[in-house]
Design a protein around this ligand. Structure first.
Ligand code: FCB
Length: 444
């Protein structure tokens, strides 16, 4: 089983960055050596996590990071995208936590020593709980706390980091966390989402200023998730619903960053749903970025519905992953081409793409042929986008390891390396081996 792309594909060139990705809360464990985060509190709330699990141990990466870096090296990738645990590196008083910083300094030094480029994300959803107690992302002050965190840590890291992303998927933080409450901190209410989103975007903008000053040589940007929105039927009302959903899910985040303005929909929001936009905010939010990280997994269908004008419809198309997400590689090509048409894009990295599958370990092996097929088809879709003129610089598989999949707990496995949570044994799956083989051929 192999991953193949055409001989002339840009994906075969040595300067195209291939990497694997993880996030702190999903793999680290060692919760006792950091402050409490909103995800610890959320996991401890009965009924929030499907299997009742939590991130206290996870993949025990905090203790096994050397072994995990060896795995990354063995896969032959160019880069490793991981996130920092804010509650691990900053103490309750807003000062650097030496122990937490040392953990990441060691990790960065080892990655650099092995020639693996570190792509660091500052915020992959694990807000310190004490900041949530003060209102979390509904409090404008959290954006300033984030800026200070980014300032202290980026100075401590010096020139060790190849690329910094401020936030991972602010849509998920704002909508899932503060509007429908299926992610931490579990707050519900349609009036909250856009307010939280604005403070997240403000935090991003202020952090970009800090990074441009502290680390002008690293590649600084943000990671957004995109779900292409399709109409359930050909009825004009459903087509309009899909357009609205696209504005709500996708354009709401990229437009302020690249065009310094929210979509027109802002004007028609009920007054109590509107974010508190102050003078100078849009200028901060639209600070130049060196790269845009794009996370893509699947597409979604919509139909007319109230009160927002759209409602998600069941997706009856195609093959589904273990998450129930349709395998739709064409969506990746279409998304990248439309972003290139609609915006003046900086260089793009696909910062997450991958699939959960019901893996079985047999004779010490995981033959995850469906995941491998997912990667194969999405790399082809990426190649097609490049052929159509999209400037893509890199691609990261989600994920290096099976890990804590948020509200789904440990039941959904996204890794190209299998984790036995009883023994913490890592087993490279067939997909991981195929990546390794592909990357070695490329190097030859
Ligand atoms: C993304 C998250 C990532 C992972 C994948 C499956 O939305 O950024 O942490 O959970 O989904």
């Amino acid at each position: 089983m192999n991953i193949t792309v055409p001989k002339t594909s840009r994906l075969r060139s040595k300067d195209f960055v291939f990497g694997v990705a993880t996030a702190a809360f999903q793999i680290e464990g060692a919760a006792d050596s950091r402050l409490e985060s909103i995800w610890d509190r959320f996991c401890a709330t009965p009924g929030m996590i499907r299997d009742g699990s939590n991130g206290l141990v996870a993949c025990d990466h905090y203790n096994r990071w050397r072994e995990d870096v060896d795995l990354i090296e063995q896969l032959g990738v160019d880069a490793y995208r991981f996130s920092l645990s804010w509650p691990r590196v900053i103490d309750q008083n807003g000062h650097l936590n030496k122990v937490g910083i040392t953990f990441y300094l060691n990790l960065l030094d080892r990655l650099n020593a092995k020639g693996i480029k570190p792509f660091v994300t500052f915020y992959h959803w694990d807000l310190p709980q004490h900041l949530q107690d003060a209102g979390g992302w509904l409090n404008r002050n959290t954006a300033f706390k984030f800026r200070d965190y980014v300032d202290l840590v980026s100075k401590a890291f010096g020139d060790r980091v190849f690329s910094y992303a401020t936030l991972n998927e602010p849509y998920c933080s704002a909508y899932l966390g503060y509007e429908i409450g299926i992610h931490a901190p579990g707050i519900t209410g349609a009036q909250h989402g856009k307010k939280a989103a604005h403070h997240l975007l403000l935090a991003h903008g202020m952090a970009m200023e800090v990074l441009a000053r502290n680390c002008p040589d690293s590649l600084n940007g943000i990671v957004l998730n995109f779900s292409p929105c399709y109409s359930k039927t050909t009825k004009p009302e459903d087509i309009e619903a899909a357009r609205l959903a696209d504005v709500f899910l996708n354009q709401w985040y990229i437009a302020p960053i690249l065009n310094a303005q929210y979509p027109d929909l802002l004007a028609s929001l009920p007054d109590d749903h509107k974010p508190d936009i102050r003078d100078g905010d849009m200028k901060l939010i639209s600070h130049a970025i060196d790269f845009l990280g794009v996370n893509y997994y699947t597409r979604e269908f919509f139909q007319e519905g109230s009160p927002s004008g759209f409602q998600q419809a069941e997706n009856l198309e195609g093959q589904k992953t273990d998450m129930g997400w349709e395998v739709f590689p064409q969506g990746l090509t279409d998304l990248l081409v439309s972003l290139t048409t609609d915006y003046n894009l900086p260089p793009v990295y696909i910062t997450e793409n991958g699939a959960a599958m019901p893996d079985i370990v047999e004779n010490g092996m995981v033959m995850d042929t469906e995941r491998l097929a997912y990667y194969q088809s999405h790399l082809q879709a990426l190649d097609a986008a490049i052929e159509q003129g999209v400037a893509i610089e890199g691609y990261f598989a989600w994920s290096l390891l099976d890990n804590f999949e948020w509200a789904e707990g440990y039941a959904k496995r996204f890794g190209i390396v299998h984790v036995d949570y009883e023994t913490q044994k890592r087993t490279v799956k067939a997909s991981g081996k195929a990546f390794g083989k592909f990357l070695k051929q490329r190097a030859a």
